[in-house]
Design a protein around this ligand. Sequence first.
Ligand SMILES: Nc1ncnc2c1ncn2[C@@H]1O[C@H](COP(=O)(O)OP(=O)(O)OP(=O)(O)O)[C@@H](O)[C@H]1O
Ligand SMILES: [Mg+2]
Length: 571
Amino acid sequence: MKMSYLKEFIRVYALIEEKKIVYFISIFITCIAYPSLNIIFSFAYKLSINAIEFNHFSLFINTCILFLVAAIIQCLVEPFANYINARAVNDIVCRIKNKVFRHALSLPVSYFEKNRNADTVLRLTLNIDSFEPILRAGIRDVMQTLFLGIGALISMLILSYQLTLAALAFSVLAYLANFAFAKEIRKCSDIQYKCNAGLSQALAVTYETGQTAKAFNREDFLLAKFNESNKNAVSAAFRLAIRGMFKDGLTSLVTNVSRLVILICGLVMVINKQLDIGSVVGIISLQFGLTNMFVSLGGFLTNMQNNLAGANRVFALLDSQTEKSKYSKAIPGNITRNDVITYENVCYSYDNRVPVFDRLSFNIEENRMIAIIGPNGSGKSTLIKLLLGYYEPEGNIAYYQQAMGDYDLSEIRGKISYVSQRAVLLNGSILENIKYGDRDATMEQVIRAAKKANIHDYVMSLKEGYDSFVGEEGIYLSGGQKQRINIARALLKDAPIILFDEATSSIDNEDELDILQTLKKIKGQYTIIIITHRLQSIQDADWIIVLENGKIAGQGAYGHLQKKDCETMLI
Ligand SMILES: Nc1ncnc2c1ncn2[C@@H]1O[C@H](COP(=O)(O)OP(=O)(O)OP(=O)(O)O)[C@@H](O)[C@H]1O
Ligand SMILES: [Mg+2]
């Protein structure tokens, strides 16, 4: 028995929470019902045979009563308990899924950067489905086997202790036959699990790199990788099946020999008038429950292995640290009254690597338009991500003259509209995508934002207008159209600070000029930060900051800035 699996098993059950009582009562009833039926039928066989053997009518009546009790259990109690159990399991699984999803939403940006998207999707879909079979069958199977085994043992002892002892001896033999294969089977099962995990990984790679694979004619490479994992999984399953075949064959041999031996011993006892035929039949029909307890219990966690491993991957996600609601408080010292954003001695490095910023300081006054330029990797996007509170820096960042730690992160993000370097679209309609910026916005406001972002005319040219679907990640749209929808979304949010991180990089020059016209129109009404590599984007900025290696290499108004400061940064 693997202790780590036992730990996962207990942890799954700890998630039941408030449904505990209904769940365990229904499990208890189903666990009692199944062994009871077996035991009742065994006694019913004994009584019915004895009724004929001894010509005893009252025994026949007792047989009928036992059958009636069995019918009530089988037709009413068991189905009802199963129904209650299924409802409880569905409720619990639904709550677990909610909990995991809520947790996933509160994970920090760094989690999604460190873990592959496809891996997280697997945890939230395939792996989370592992909880259902564990909760449905886990404890139930163990308890049913145990109750049936113990119930059969007691009943058999009542009928004949000599035959019971013989049956016990054969059960131990069946256990040993199983034990001989258990280690090998567990090993194969481990390999099979790893191969299946390899298959999922190969699928994930296909999902992530499908388009690139086509562009580089690398489908063969993906296929070869997948085939290899697939072949390994099949051969592990094959090896498992062979061992299973030998194990089952040997167990069945022991079981059948034991039945025959007990039947012969029983009949000898009947001939010697030490036992009635009914008891012999009863014992033989109970014997399965006893042997099964010896054979099945050891392999129970191995059978659950795949599901427990899936649950383990979900637990790993649940154990990941969530984002803080706010960062530690720090009071910046050098703030002017008009500052909307202040960076004071800000230091940051990703995972203790080379610092991106080392004591970076600057300030941005209200309703100014600031352009940040600099070579690739100079820290422009990081500066914006720090502003959005994605990571916690050292030093101080302040908004409206108040330290970052004075706000909840959600408050900070509420003040900012962000258009990222890569346009991100939901698989929905254009309307849904724009309204993501403000779910309560009216159609009029949506159209106004779309017009400002210069996408309205295009939307109107589509047959379904704003209800047109954009496809997975906006696949039905061009790069420029996607980016314009992102801009419309950001404008609809109507936050006082707008961040553009190379938002116009995928738009052609003419379109970019259009968007710059829009920016000109809103200039003075919002505090705007544009990160760009293009000269025309910075010409209207009130102030330009040149970043180089995480430091300010120069700053000033356009025209006053040293030509050499600009030219290496722009295209
Ligand atoms: N998530 C991350 N994890 C680790 N390092 C990162 C991460 N994002 C950026 N970096 C590193 O931080 C530095 C600054 O990156 P950043 O993306 O801020 O540059 P940038 O100025 O926006 O560049 P570009 O003009 O290419 O967009 C780079 O050296 C980069 O390798
Ligand atoms: Mg960048």
